[in-house]
Write a new protein. Sequence first.
Length: 247
Amino acid sequence: MAAGIPTLVVDLDPHADASTALGVRPAEQLDIGRMLKAPRRARLAEHVVPSGWVERAGSNGSAPAVLDVAVGSAYTGIYDRPDLGRRDLRRLSAVLAGANGYELVLVDCPPSLNGLTRMAWSASDKVTLVAEPGLFSVAGTERTMRAIQLFRKEFAPNLSPAGIVANRVRSGSAEHTFRLSEMQSMFGELLLTPHIPEQANWQQIQGAAHSIHHWPGDSAKNAAGLFDALLANLLKSTGSVRNRSQR
């Protein structure tokens, strides 16, 4: 949004945390779970909801930003199972056929490799992974990379990794320094820069449903600059703004 890229966020996680953090206030619109039930009749454009961040962005007189949300709900959980067939895997692709006017579509997935994540991969051309520099997170990222390659061979030949974001990094931690070095040797150029450091007020910002760009203080301003640089590097690595990615 801050970069002026018209964006749609699809909140595929049954916990709907992205919808909450983006300050969404849905009315009569269908959530993404109910759109998936009848994807060819979904009429996505009628059911997306503007993020609450947009109102704050426009309060300073700047040009209108586009940050829409296909709202999450627990209803999507019926698809989060490991045995989805090809027809079910294509449900999100059918819904997103109506995603006109966006340059970037971000699909926020649950933290699993079950049906919903696989459905997102089927509808995507790039996958962005987020990992903390700890043993289990790094090992899980390696397993996910292998899963992407297997899924690509069977279901989505055009799918590829966009990169790996190192999140909540503590610069003074010897363990984090070691794991970042390990990630660099394992993933090479897929490990994106800059890394995102741990910040004391993350939970406060999320709880207020604010973007980091509209939170007061120098630490938030510096963090916003890191996200700006990370987005620029991510888009550069993909070679195009037009991609759909797992958050």
